[in-house]
Design a protein around this ligand. Structure first.
Ligand code: ADP
Length: 293
């Protein structure tokens, strides 16, 4: 079954005149697309357009060749969407909540019951299915969110900033879940945290200020940062100044100072060493080069 999403010259302007999506072209097929970008980049706006909740002001989006603004139901039947502000009913159990949403989504009752059990199993909530959602941790609620998005076995799964508020263990679990779910569907996962998509994304798109700065496999993005990442040991006394002067990808305190990883066109100092970039560095380099940071 086809699973191709094409974004053509899409722009979106909010009523007050602010252009949150300022001309995006993007081609997506099966796999996990990590949509990266700082807060305010326009990721949520783009995802709402892809989920048919907003119509592009200009341009169009095609799902398997069909314009989703003209024929939204073709996509909606195959869409699972987990918005950023997903609300739950605290007094319902996970199973009751999914039963309610299955009814809202129009799943045939005969199919709903077995599908609810499947989805609970997929997200690892089988044992907690009868507990009140109000007693769930952030990570468990997020998994309920994924379970509801999976009810119709979607070909396109859109999850908007799914790891916000999760602790490190829940974050890791969530990443594994995404990898398990990928299969032959398209998952679009937005985040401002590189490590959320580092291990799982087959493709990356980086947005800033409504525009696309990069789209493609992770490797060419990393390659762009070659020769622009440095390790530099600075004395504690110079740390504050270095922070204002350079884009710092990470820092590690040591007895003799702080080892900084700096992303910069040229060496920040004569004693800085060039190092092999990772995806975090490459993302920062892309934003820094574009003047976003
Ligand atoms: P992201 O998801 O990358 O953080 P958003 O799509 O939420 O970005 O927002 C992009 C820009 O659009 C931001 O500058 C934000 O303030 C603006 N924006 C978002 N929602 C609205 C709205 N309802 N009305 C006006 N501006 C908005």
């Amino acid at each position: 079954m086809a699973c191709q999403l094409t974004v053509e010259a899409v722009r979106y302007r909010y009523a007050k005149g602010f252009e949150a999506v300022a001309g995006i072209d993007l081609d997506m097929g099966p796999g996990i697309l990590g949509l990266l970008g700082p807060n305010g980049a326009g990721k949520s706006t783009l995802m709402r357009i892809l989920a048919t909740l907003a119509r592009p002001s200009v341009g169009r989006v095609l799902w398997n060749g069909v314009d989703i603004a003209r024929t939204p139901n073709a996509l909606r039947a195959e869409l699972g969407y987990l918005p950023q502000d997903f609300g739950i009913y605290p007094s319902l159990s996970a199973r009751e909540f999914l039963a309610y949403l299955a009814a809202v989504k129009g799943l045939p009752p005969a199919r709903a019951q077995s599908r609810i059990e499947e989805c609970l199993g997929l997200v690892g909530l089988g044992d907690a299915a009868d507990r009140r959602l109000g007693d769930f941790s952030g990570g468990m609620r997020q998994r309920v969110g994924i379970a509801q998005a999976l009810l119709n076995d979607p070909r396109l799964l859109i999850v908007d900033e799914p790891t916000v508020g999760l602790d490190p263990e829940e974050r890791l679990r969530f990443r594994h879940l995404m990898t398990d779910l990928a299969g032959d569907r398209l998952i679009i996962l937005s985040t401002h945290i590189v490590s959320d998509v580092e291990a799982s994304a087959t493709a990356l798109a980086v947005m800033a200020k409504g525009k696309l700065l990069f789209a493609g496999a992770p490797e060419p993005l990393v390659a762009q940062a070659h020769g622009h990442v440095w390790e530099w040991l600075v004395p504690e006394s110079q740390l504050a100044q270095a922070r204002t002067q350079f884009t710092i990808s990470s820092s590690l305190r040591r007895p003799d100072g702080v080892r900084l990883r700096v992303v910069a066109a040229r060496a920040p100092s004569n004693d800085a060493q060039a190092v092999t970039p990772d995806l975090d560095d490459a993302y920062l380099w892309l934003l820094a080069r574009d003047g976003v940071r």
